[in-house]
Design a protein around this ligand. Sequence first.
Ligand code: FAD
Length: 288
Amino acid sequence: MKPAAFRYHRAHDVTDAVGLLGELAAAGEDPKLIAGGQSLMPMMNFRLARPTALVDLGPLRREPALNSVRRNGSSLTIGALVTHRAVEVAELGPDFDVLSRAMRWVGHLPIRSRGTVAGSIVHGDATAEWCLLALLLDAVIVAEGPRGPREIPAEEMFHGFYTTAVEPDEVVTAVRFTRPSPRAALTEFARRHGDFAIVDAAVSIDAEHGGRVVLGGVAPAPIRVPEAEAVLDGGVPGPELFAECGEAAAAAIDPPDDAAGSAAYRRRLARTLVTRALHEAWEKGETR
Ligand SMILES: Cc1cc2nc3c(=O)[nH]c(=O)nc-3n(C[C@H](O)[C@H](O)[C@H](O)COP(=O)(O)OP(=O)(O)OC[C@H]3O[C@@H](n4cnc5c(N)ncnc54)[C@H](O)[C@@H]3O)c2cc1C
């Protein structure tokens, strides 16, 4: 399948990308940024997206700030053009290595080698691992636009089905993870290895910050489940608590019923995956 015709522009830097988006829109075009192209190109090939102009961020990979992972005190900043694969092989230390471990769930190696962290978060698939991780670790999405820079907390980022808070004239430059979590894990279930998950779960258990439970595939956007988090707060970590937390998550959600799975099936998956992720997160902390 081929995409509809579009004009192609290469951005030289972030200012240039923002300028191009503005100029093209003012000229009546419907421009879109392209980074790794691993979500946008399939959507264009299926004619689900028909931008009339693409602004390629590829040349910006040369800019160290956009293509590096940096530790600043207790937070971790990932440049917008860093690929899933670069995170998978990075040494992030115990506070953030859930990010590296979660990458094995993202598509296949060729997809991970091109797809970017920011592209995934802006695309906003309800089961995308990066979207769950952003909610798990209190990410802040840093964007640059014609009105200047702004920071979007992850909890304000995901508005619904493939809809995020980033405006069409903004360029995301980095994602800052502000919540270190040595006992954290992400797990999921997909029909085939490399497919998007039907349901995925990301959790953390942390004496200082409390527990956190995030689910994908059970609503139009990834969600935190406060009812399940409440079970973790003050409880004694172990199989009983983890099973109770899984039950609470399953009871709290109202998942969709579609061709990929019924609501009841997704609820069962949520229960199993939350419990499994909690075991993994806890055991990881014990083995350090
Ligand atoms: C077969 C297959 C399997 C996959 N499996 C998974 C999976 O299991 N889990 C998963 O999470 N993903 C999966 N993906 C998607 C993949 O992770 C993509 O890399 C990711 O969703 C988008 O990143 P990208 O850099 O390719 O973005 P692109 O496709 O280039 O862009 C995606 C969207 O983000 C916008 N955008 C990109 N960069 C920026 C920026 N810096 N600022 C503002 N807007 C920006 C674009 O305009 C576009 O709207 C899969 C893809 C394929 C083809």
